[in-house]
Write a protein that binds this ligand. Sequence first.
Ligand code: NAP
Ligand code: F7E
Length: 335
Amino acid sequence: MAKRALITGITGQDGAYLAQYLLSKGYEVHGAVRRSSHGGVADHRLEWLGIREQVRLHDANMLDLASLIRLVQEVRPDEFYNLAAQSFVATSWNQPILTGQITAIGVSHALEAIRIAKPDTRFYQASSSEMYGLIQQPVQSEDTPFYPRSPYAVAKLYGHWITVNYRESFGMHASSGILFNHESPLRGREFVTRKVTDGVARIKLGLADELRLGNIDAKRDWGHARDYVKAMWLMLQQDAADDYVVATGTTTTVRDMCAIAFEHVGLDIEEHLVIDPEFFRPAEVDVLLGDPSKARRVLGWEPETSLGAMIREMVDADMTRLSQPSPPPAISMPL
Ligand code: NAP
Ligand code: F7E
């Protein structure tokens, strides 16, 4: 019989790629979707990957424990991937309480739903390298102490430790993936890589003439979401649940990432890039660099896509989107 997976956050970047990967492995894939007045566009990433008709979507919200209990009772998943979150760091200073409710307490809701309705379900928690924040070691591994620098990172720390706690308290098969930044053509346009690739494509096509960014000296360890969702699945195939860093082991400045995008379309970065104080954060995570050796050793996982290849893929996808007869308008949020 096909294994059954339940994904919260299935309408997000990782949820879409994970659904595609699990379908390719023969899973029956179910997803939790929160009701929105924009219902017609919530599944645009699943549409982009051509899998919308192959997944079963259910009405549930991370803020509503009862909806999650009912969902686990109804779907009876073998594996539960908790990807739902208020995941944009900058917004977490504007909406710190909502971020805590979804990104922290939402994890407790998911774990309680499993504990009540089907305790043998294997659980994956989407933890984050943002938990390292003000880094305590130059290269971050599973043993590096955390020092969160945003309401988002504080909330993720709760989600991480409550996952560890349910594993230790109730013997649940609950694993936490400490994933470093991962991107793709399906990344939200508020995140810096996609803001850059969308912005560069607009400039190339004459739809804009500048790209406004904040701290371009920040460094990140960027990988491809398509590669990273494989690590999530591998964690749940292990006999024992555990925590793993998933990263490339290479770090790059925002400036250099941006240069790759401009170069790809033959534009001069100096002519178009504008530094705008509006995009600086109240507290910054200056540099992140992960050590994925445990994931490599135990899971046999390797990143397959270089930063350069990924940024070029993203620019090409944005050029295609923006060349359509009615291209998407520029992002309107002040983010
Ligand atoms: P994303 O694109 O922002 O997707 C977030 C998902 O959560 C969306 O499907 C969203 O639904 C859903 N969601 C938000 N609030 C919800 C609620 N109250 N109830 C139900 N669903 C809700 O994020 P992502 O990049 O795919 O990341 C997936 C997960 O990994 C997140 O937990 C993120 O924090 C974490 N993470 C991401 C990275 C990264 O670099 N991408 C790195 C480490 C950890 P809507 O479509 O309705 O908004
Ligand atoms: O920022 C700098 C910004 O928003 C990266 C989320 O998926 O990864 C993501 O969080 C860096 C920061 O991602 C702009 O200050 C400069 O230093 O793309 P980002 P993030 O904050 O690292 C982690 C692992 C997660 O878990 C999160 O969910 O880029 N930066 N100028 C800018 N960032 C943005 N967004 N916009 C700018 O204009």
